[in-house]
Design a protein. Sequence first.
Length: 121
Amino acid sequence: MLSALLPTGTAILGLAAGLLAPMVSSTLDGRKRRADNQRVQCDEILTLFQGVDVVRALTEPSSVVRRSLMLRAVRIQDDRARQACHDLVEYAVGQNVRDDELLDRWSTMIHEVARVYRSIS
């Protein structure tokens, strides 16, 4: 009796493994794809600020750097990094912008985005 159940049991286990394999594979691929997307977003934010001179461009009325930063920040999943980007932009569009405070917020934003980038790599 046991010898008759063994092939049936292994067939059922093989069938279950065959049905579950694509789901497991797609889940792992989705995680890798999301991590790659986060890495690209962080890299593009860090690339925006190759020099400290670019920080002053944030305060211009129609700043391309500021718009690009906001668009990239929305796509970052890490809350602290996204909030640091938003804080920088919010301060840069204010009325009384001081250079030292702007650089402090810029430094915080770079630190948080780089932390996310390093954690993914």
